[in-house]
Ligand binder design. Structure first.
Ligand code: NAP
Ligand code: ZN
Ligand code: ZN
Length: 354
């Protein structure tokens, strides 16, 4: 299937129109027209090769909502016209112990990422949702629950599940004391989800000017990370802290915030941290953990939870031709709180964009 999208051709190139082919439908594939695609900070990291494993050309995008336009002849779960969503994975081995537990994100053989990866069968490069169409095996498409606003649902597929999963893993519920470091795309979803689960939520931010937003999003307070007195007063006050900071940073100031046996879970930075001290870990029996996205079943559970609880991201809708500007703003943390691309703005082909 011929399609079109926006791609990075190298680590220092702006995204630009790009024509490419999607695979012919396999028996268990669905083809979708992409309606909306969220802009995750990971897209920026990958387009710029911040993690060192980028392949070009690269069509980013892993917060994808669309409509089924064709189905393979063995497809059971979806029909033409259904609203479906795709997140960060499009396949996994589906046989290992982790896959059998529904933890495809932890597949022993590695899951297949939606972009910047290789198809398990054909070894063709995978391309993401900054595109007109997507082809995906049916088990890796999620059902968008009726009533969920399609124009806002896309960021749930990465920012939503990446924060929902640790909240569930660490059993957050009414009365849990949750801290969220960094109020961006992931951070604002963590706040909304934790608040919807009944937690007492604190945003830990560099930006005092996000305080009013934090409260509106459902947080109980904002703790300014540069206010050493307030940070000291907040010591031992958290059961779980979700750290969404997207770059190398120093977690030492945050560790004393944890109560005994409590956990700081890193979901933001992929790569080195400034050297953590073991002193607050040993003396307070505190823990540091990491967490990647979530499994397919948990992602569906999260979508259903959001539909029921009325949880949706705060979205700034953009046209695809604004994507490079959006990347620059994302780098400056100048987004409140997730860019979503309206894919109707994508011209039919690069030729017609000229
Ligand atoms: P984002 O929208 O840019 O938000 C990041 C927030 O972190 C900013 O709003 C800012 O909040 C804070 N921040 C930014 N630069 C900082 C710095 N130098 N020091 C301290 N705080 C800083 O990014 P995002 O889309 O939420 O993504 C966050 C990170 O998660 C990215 O690195 C992304 O690759 C990663 N990610 C991981 C997974 C996973 O599976 N684990 C999934 C998705 C994304 P304040 O202004 O409030 O301080
Ligand atoms: Zn993401
Ligand atoms: Zn597996």
């Amino acid at each position: 299937m011929k399609t079109t999208g926006y791609a990075a051709q190298s680590a220092d190139a702006a995204l630009a129109p790009f024509d490419f082919e999607r695979r012919e439908l396999r028996a268990d594939d669905v083809a979708m027209e992409v309606l909306y695609c969220g802009v995750c900070h990971s897209d920026l990291h990958q387009a710029r090769n911040d993690w060192g494993w980028s392949q070009y050309p690269m069509v980013p995008g892993h917060e994808i909502v669309g409509r089924v336009i064709a189905v393979g002849n063995a497809v059971k779960l979806y029909r033409i016209g259904d609203h479906v969503a795709v997140g960060c994975m499009v396949d996994s081995c589906r046989e290992c112990d982790q896959c059998r537990k529904g933890l495809e994100q932890l597949c022993r053989k590695g899951n297949t990422q939606t972009y910047n990866d290789k198809d398990r069968f054909s070894c063709e490069p995978t391309h993401g949702g900054y595109s007109k169409h997507l082809v995906v095996r049916e088990e890796f498409a999620l059902r968008v629950p009726d009533g969920l606003d399609l124009s806002k649902a896309a960021p749930l597929l990465c920012a939503g599940i990446t924060t929902y999963s640790p909240l569930r893993t660490w059993n957050v519920g009414p009365g849990s004391r949750v801290g969220v470091i960094g109020l961006g795309g992931l951070g604002h979803m963590a706040v909304k989800l934790a608040a919807a689960m009944g937690a007492d939520v604190t945003v830990v931010s560099r930006s005092k000017d996000k305080e009013a937003d934090a409260l509106t999003l459902g947080a109980d307070r904002l703790l300014l990370s540069s206010d050493t007195e307030a940070m000291a007063e907040a010591a031992n006050g958290f059961d779980l802290i979700i750290d969404t900071v997207p770059v190398k940073h120093d977690i030492n100031p945050y560790l004393p915030l944890l109560d005994v046996d409590s956990t700081l879970v890193l979901v933001g930075q992929v790569g080195p941290l400034a050297e953590p001290s073991t002193v607050p870990l040993l003396l307070g029996r505190r823990r540091i953990a990491g967490s990647p996205i979530g499994g397919i079943a948990e992602t569906q559970e999260m979508l259903n939870f959001c539909a029921k609880a009325g949880v949706l991201p705060d979205v700034e809708m953009i046209g695809i031709d604004q994507i490079n500007q959006a990347f620059e703003r994302l780098e400056r943390a100048d987004v409140r709180y997730r860019f979503v691309i309206d894919m109707a703005t994508l011209p039919a082909s690069p030729a017609s964009a000229a």
